[in-house]
Design a protein around this ligand. Structure first.
Ligand SMILES: Nc1ncnc2c1ncn2[C@@H]1O[C@H](COP(=O)(O)OP(=O)(O)OP(=O)(O)O)[C@@H](O)[C@H]1O
Ligand SMILES: [Mg+2]
Length: 534
């Protein structure tokens, strides 16, 4: 084998010259799979999802009933142009560039409040993928109420993570307020479980107050009309809850607070800490800390003691108003409408906390009934269908990596009457809907496709699933009883004509009497037996 030419090893000084800053945009350009843009099929859905999520967040924040239009238009082989238009509050001119042309820029990252957006990455990532694959910037049209509408093109200067704005102009637009985003990208339309249509359908299940219009690439129009005119309550913004709060986070809060006294810091920078609880925590922490200690001067050692004391002190559960579930009645109505099942049940758990972040879990289950044409419910021999949602957003990818799937697999479905292969989903004509709503959903990656398995979240999911399972078992037992009783009746029913004939002959009954006897015997058979409700 020829020997490789010997190269002198680089010195530390030479190695040092290779070190460079990496812009966040350059990083995500190389790692676009982390943002959900790993194939043209996935790219379409991810781009639509980011824009629809933003539209719904903006409308709800401005207390507007959302009406969102999605239009997909073929441009070239493998290239689609997607427009997403909302009736939200619009975007003020000065913000447009950064929102659409700068990664990690947004209004939601720094506040603990339930919303679909969290990271400040979504829509600019879609713009970056579009620019990479077609060279076209995003086209934005937006109008704030009482102001003229603006239209402009926004690209991204990836080496500096800065917006590149072109062709800014005022335009006539018949709408009073709203935003329209147009994205031209390398993408393919998919049918079935990963289609835009399915995504919008699932969005409407979890958001019954939303109307969604779709025109697909073939020109087919579909509308999902809202079933309620009531907006969900606005989730309250909160401070971190002491349960599960990490030491590093506590230290960061101590360093950045404007509070001048530790007592006030604990009460105002954390959730559910009143003055008595604050006093108790400080006394327990000891290490020279008092209610009047200056938070920014708390030493590492004292912060550790404070951290231990925080966790050893009982603090009330988070206020329920910071997380907004879809709600039992709304979820049940959506499930019944969409699944055509024989039996539906929904369980909503009270708020719990992981890593200092309140969250709430809801689980719905639909069993049996007519197999639905759109394939939401599975057949008897197939694994059950899972519909996963996080902050009302359907999750369509990474099912096996998700805490919600894990929780379904780990539930003992055999004791609830289903076939359940080990380590897999149970089998049966069933649909399970799972929703995790939180002030901060712990996604497994930036593409927000699966929820991480924090023990507290897994526990809440398990409790909700078991409660649904128990109700399913009762339903299946009732169905079984009814079907056995029906079987018995059917067998007796076959003898009624023979009994009537025999009696007619034996007692020499006339035809009218024989007919009455047949009716009475048949009616008696239909009466429910004691303890049998039908
Ligand atoms: N259609 C819209 N109407 C009004 N404001 C919008 C709209 N789209 C985006 N925004 C604003 O732009 C910000 C950035 O959006 P972007 O999708 O990049 O991040 P995000 O929604 O905050 O978080 P995530 O990365 O999780 O989606 C949002 O926080 C919101 O304030
Ligand atoms: Mg977003």
């Amino acid at each position: 084998m020829p020997r490789r030419a010997e190269r002198p090893a680089p010195t530390a000084a030479e190695l040092a010259t290779r070190q460079r800053d990496i812009s966040v945009a350059e990083f995500f350009l190389e790692n676009r799979h982390l943002l959900g843009f790993d194939s043209p099929q996935k790219a379409l859905l991810t781009a639509v999802k980011e824009a629809v999520d933003n539209a719904l967040d903006a409308c709800e924040e401005a207390q507007i009933l959302p009406e969102v239009r999605v239009e997909v238009r073929p441009v070239d082989d493998g290239v689609l142009r997607v427009a997403i238009e909302d009736n939200g509050p619009g975007i003020v001119e000065a913000q447009i560039g950064k929102i659409f042309g700068k990664l990690l820029y947004g209004s939601r990252f720094h506040k603990l409040s339930q919303s679909r957006g969290q990271q400040g990455l979504g829509i600019s990532a879609a713009g970056m993928y579009a620019q990479l694959t077609t060279g076209k910037p995003l086209s934005i049209r937006t109008r704030v109420v009482g102001e003229p509408a603006h239209e402009l093109s926004v690209g991204i200067d990836t080496s500096r993570n800065r917006p590149d704005i072109h062709d800014k102009r005022q335009v006539d637009w018949s709408v009073a307020h709203g935003t329209r985003v147009e994205i031209e990208l390398e993408a393919r339309e998919r049918a079935g479980a990963h289609s835009v249509e399915r995504y919008l359908r699932l969005t409407s299940i979890a958001n019954p107050h939303v109307t969604l219009h779709l025109v697909d690439a073939a020109g087919n129009a579909t509308t999902f009309v809202r079933t309620t005119n009531e907006l969900p309550p606005q989730p309250d913004e909160i401070k971190p809850h002491p349960d599960g709060l990490e030491l590093g986070r506590l230290v960061a809060l101590l360093k950045s607070t404007d509070e001048r006294h530790l007592g006030a810091f604990l009460q105002n920078e954390l959730s559910r800490v009143g003055s008595k609880t604050a006093q108790r925590i400080i006394a327990r922490a000891d290490h020279g800390l008092t209610a009047r200690s200056y938070p920014r001067r708390v030493a590492r050692r004292q912060a550790s003691a404070l951290y231990r004391a925080l966790h050893a002190t009982k603090v009330s559960a988070p206020v329920a108003s910071c997380v907004v579930p879809i709600g039992e009645a709304r979820l049940l109505a959506s499930l019944e409408r969409e699944s055509h099942a024989d039996f539906c049940v929904v369980v909503c758990r009270p708020p719990a906390v992981y890593r200092g972040n309140p969250f709430v879990v809801e689980v719905g289950l639909a069993y049996g009934g007519s197999t639905d044409a759109d394939g939401l419910t599975s057949s008897a021999s197939e694994p059950v269908t899972l519909l996963r949602f996080a902050n009302r957003v359907p999750l369509l990818f990474q099912q096996s990596a998700c805490a919600m799937t894990r929780a379904v697999i780990d539930t003992g479905w055999r004791s609830y009457g289903l076939t359940h292969p080990k380590g897999a989903l149970p089998l049966g004509p069933m649909l399970i809907l799972l929703h995790v709503a939180s002030v901060w959903v712990p996604f497994t990656s930036e593409s927000k496709e699966a929820v991480a398995s924090y023990p507290e979240i897994a526990r809440e999911l398990a409790l909700a699933l078991r409660a649904c399972g128990r109700k399913l078992r009762a339903h299946l037992a009732r169905s079984e009883r009814l079907s056995r009783a029906e079987d018995r009746r059917e067998r007796i029913r076959r003898y009624v004509p023979h009994v009537v004939t025999a009696l007619t002959e034996l007692l020499a009954l006339d035809a009218l009497y024989a007919e009455r006897l047949t009716t009475e015997l048949s009616e008696a058979l239909e009466l429910p037996r004691e303890g049998e409700s039908r």
